[in-house]
Design a protein around this ligand. Sequence first.
Ligand code: CAO
Length: 407
Amino acid sequence: MKALEGVKILDFTHVQSGPTCTQLLAWLGADCIKVERPGVGDATRKQLVDVEGADSLYFTMLNHNKRSITLNTKNETGREVLERLVKECDVLVENFAPGALDRMGFSWERIQELNPRMIMASVKGFGPGPYEDCKVYENVAQCTGGAASTTGFLDGPPLVTGAQIGDSGTGLHLALGIVSALFQRETTGRGQKVLAAMQDGVLNLCRVKLRDQQRLQHGPLSEYRQFGQDIPFGEAVPRAGNDSGGGQPGWILKCKGWENDPDAYVYFITQAPAWKKICDVIGKPEWKDDPEYATPPARLDKLTHIFDTIEEWTKTKTKFEVMDICNPLDIPCGPILSMKEIAEEPSLRDTGTVVEVDHPERGKYLSVGCPIKMSDSAVEVERSPLLGEHTIRASGAIGEVTAQAAE
Ligand code: CAO
């Protein structure tokens, strides 16, 4: 028994944002039927190809535990099959460009006519407003949602982050909307429309920066390093480099080997309750009782000097040695792990966070498993489907997937 067993999803998603949502739902037990264009499929199948002739990792890593049918929604037979699927399924998930579903003849009104219990869930770049008709990709969302303007160093340009907060982040938001709508349907008997806009999703994840925007009206942001460097604040939240987002100052510090290893760094947090232990560890016991250093407010205008001093100590240790010394003392810190280190980390394999999957075209590959662990709904990661693998081609046949060739 899985949490979402019995839930049938008509998966009209492509690229990244929508597929991350439906992959999660499939991992939680939903039957996810991915509808793709005959002969072409999801564009990511053939993007960033590393093994000639095989579905790309881009596709395989976003479409586990799904079935695939091919269907041309622009011909009569295809539309008939799609109507049947709309009647049979609980949720339709899509992330087409604005208006594409309407142009196919499947407006929200039409879907409600066909199946009033249907939940129609969409990812779009923007919510209603001046940009609602725009096509949007990850980095556009990062830029319009407040992430890029607040990421990077003070003297550099805005930066996007490697974490796919626009695509995968919005997929997560949408998944929560879908399960909530399924829950509400238990009471109302009705489906509903669920929208997750990428700009909104990114802004939700940048909530602390909107907090700081308002704090700015009452004075400089004292936990930002520029405060201690006497660099004036402007009208908007500045880029904060590696400053900690919360009230506990932190920074990325060099560790032993940093000259040759780009990831020989540690994130080090000078959490107030751990201050005295930090002073002992770094060989500055006199700071414990010095009024210039003893309290968090006294330290705020000296963060650069404090972190430079801590770095003198971290440079004598590897990032893992820093962890081994600091963790027992409750000093919060974390090594900067490379993707190579993460891929090879046995504990992540043990928990199913990193999994090895076998694929008929490409052989074995690594993927990120389900990040949500539930005690009563175990996840077995299954390979992504080949294009149209579950299409039933016999004319008139109504199989499990109820798909007829409509190519
Ligand atoms: N049969 C027939 N036609 C199909 C089909 C099928 N099974 N599946 C899709 N199509 C058609 C659509 O109907 C659409 O046709 P029209 O333009 O004639 O209506 C067409 O394929 C292309 O759809 P699209 O415009 O969504 O695709 P695109 O590659 O041009 O744009 C993207 C991609 C992602 C920019 C756009 O879909 C979008 O903005 N989506 C919303 C935001 C989003 O999710 N972005 C994240 C993407 S991940 O980085």
